[in-house]
Design a protein around this ligand. Structure first.
Ligand SMILES: [Zn+2]
Length: 109
């Protein structure tokens, strides 16, 4: 069951509301149970946001590897490939970041 703090928006998972909000310290009475539908939306966006964050992590790893490859400078085609991978990793990362920011704005967190 999910409970939402009406003061700060913190979402708590448990069989009942917490004694105090872990974020803003409001008392238990400020929590309301979320409907099944709203809870499903939060669970679905929670997993989706985790996937975006994992993609961001992997894109940063690609950028780091590409940078190392550029520094080794074995031959021009290799360097060009690494530069392309670095630029594409940046795009992948920024796209997922923008999507997460969009979810936040729509309360999908
Ligand atoms: Zn709160």
């Amino acid at each position: 069951m999910l409970w939402k703090c009406s003061v700060c928006g913190f979402v708590y998972e448990g069989s009942e509301a917490p004694p105090k909000c872990p974020k803003c310290m409001s008392p238990k009475e400020k929590f309301a149970a979320l409907s099944e539908e709203d809870a499903q939306k939060i669970y679905a966006s929670d997993r989706t946001n985790d996937i975006h964050m994992e993609i961001i992590r992997l894109a940063m790893k690609i950028a780091k590897l590409a940078k190392e490859g550029i520094e080794i400078n074995l031959d021009p085609p290799c360097v060009a490939l690494f530069e392309q991978a670095r630029d594409e990793a940046w795009i992948i990362k920024q796209r997922s970041k923008a999507e997460i920011a969009g979810h936040l704005g729509k309360g999908k967190w």
